[in-house]
Design a protein around this ligand. Structure first.
Ligand code: ASP
Length: 432
């Protein structure tokens, strides 16, 4: 027999099997000691191994992705002005996306509804696993936030799971590497590229074990909480899709119209091949060739701009992913009864902007980043198990937003270039 079941179907099967077994166990055997033992000694460890594998990749992945991303933006020869505009576009539009996500999740509160003691009980369990990280949760003031941006020791930040410290270090490192184009830095960047490629391969392998992890994690969670969890999950899917839709159907058209001066309808029609490829592959990187083709040939963006913005965007401009990270973190915080103050939510916003740059453009590429952000706020990373089962669908949707965001960026930056270079010979003209 051929093993042709696609991975996302396997994940769905894992989801259904785990959830059904857990709910049946919960309803029929409730407090039985063997059920507890099964959860504690089998399901939890299997899920834990998967999560640890994801954690394992966070530091090398985020470091290499950020350094390479910044170097590409900052290469003085290939860009200058285009680089500055692209950077501004990425930061502003990603911040908008995360903002939309955070507002939606605060308004709809999809994670509330579980009796608080249940969430707290899971939290207490998870605290052992989440080790010292949980301690970080309380009392971060705005000043601390600012000071914590600069790590005293990047290795200590990495060891303690302080993602911001690692990210800021990587950013500065990338900037210096971009400015200093010596033989030594070039070789070093080659090695960083190697680290990045290896991490991508590892993610691919790890994600292949996801169906088992999904089954185990879902079993563990539904055996304890019963069917209510699934209702919560449906609300989560609804919230993410709604927020993504707002960004896709409101923010993008406005940008295309007002800044790119192109008809949004026309834009979407021309961008369709890339959007469909993104939807079916769930990977910005796999979609890149199509994105480039669309930018140059169908949207008429000047080649230099299109190539730069889209190539960079495939790994560094992920509006949908950043939005999804924000919604997920807040949803799981609500779910487990962890209150996040305004300052902490702002931290989440910043982390998600960087997380959109630091996530890899492959299916499930944002999962390691989310696991890390959760741990930073003392939210059990096991929550990822909850969302994994529905992740493929959401991944398809957010990848569409990611790729469309790259194309909008190409049109917007291309328009700016054309205007600066005087007279509006921009390729977007043809479609305006
Ligand atoms: N699949 C996404 C992409 O390639 C990344 C993610 O959000 O997992 O754009």
């Amino acid at each position: 027999m051929k093993r042709a079941i696609p991975l996302h179907t396997q994940m769905l099967i894992g989801f259904v099997v785990g959830a059904t077994a857990g709910i049946v166990g919960n309803l029929a055997f409730g407090e039985a000691a063997w059920l507890h033992a099964l959860v504690e000694y089998v399901a939890q460890p299997v899920g834990q191994i998967f999560l640890r594998l994801l954690f394992m990749l966070v530091v090398p992945l985020v470091f290499s992705a950020l350094v390479l991303g910044v170097v590409e933006i900052g290469d003085p020869r290939s860009l200058g002005r285009i680089g500055g505009r692209t950077l501004a576009y990425v930061v502003v539009v990603t911040a908008l996306a995360v903002g939309i996500g955070l507002v939606t999740v605060n308004l709809l509160q999809p994670g509330r509804g579980l009796p608080p003691d249940v969430g707290q009980a899971i939290l207490a369990d998870a605290a052992q696993n989440a080790t010292a990280i949980a301690a970080k949760r309380e009392g971060v003031s705005a000043l601390d936030l600012l000071l914590n941006l600069v790590p005293r020791n990047p290795l200590a930040s990495a060891v303690n799971g302080d993602l911001i410290g690692v990210m800021v270090f990587a950013l500065l490192f990338g900037i210096a590497a971009a400015v200093l184009r010596t033989e030594g830095t070039r070789r070093f960047l080659g090695a960083v590229q190697g680290v990045y490629d290896i991490c991508l391969r590892l993610i691919e392998w790890i994600i292949r074990t996801a169906p088992y992890a999904v089954a185990a994690l879902l079993f563990a969670i539904t055996a304890r909480l019963g069917v209510d969890v699934l209702v919560q999950l449906a609300r989560f899917v609804g919230t993410v899709t709604l927020a993504l839709a707002v960004h896709f159907f409101v923010v993008f058209p406005l940008l295309v119209r007002l800044v790119g001066r192109m008809s949004p309808l026309d834009f979407f029609r021309r961008a369709e091949p890339a959007i469909l490829t993104a939807f079916s592959t769930s990977s910005s990187s796999a979609t890149l060739p199509t994105t480039l083709m669309v930018a140059e040939e169908r949207l008429g963006v000047p080649r230099r701009v299109g190539r730069f913005v889209c190539t960079l965007g495939a790994t560094a401009n992920m509006n949908g992913t950043a939005l999804f990270e924000g919604v997920t973190v807040l949803f799981l915080a609500q779910f487990f009864g962890v209150d996040l103050s305004l300052v902490q939510q702002v931290t989440v916003l910043l982390l998600c902007i960087l997380g959109g740059i630091g996530a890899a453009g492959v299916p499930g590429g944002s999962l390691p980043v989310i696991a890390m952000i959760l741990a930073m706020f003392g939210i059990p990373p096991e929550g990822i198990g909850l969302i994994l089962g529905v992740d493929r669908f959401l991944d398809m949707c957010r990848t569409c937003v990611n790729v469309t965001g790259d194309l909008v960026g190409a049109v917007v930056v291309g328009r700016g270039e054309a205007e600066t270079a005087e007279g509006g010979a921009c390729g977007a003209d043809g479609a305006a």
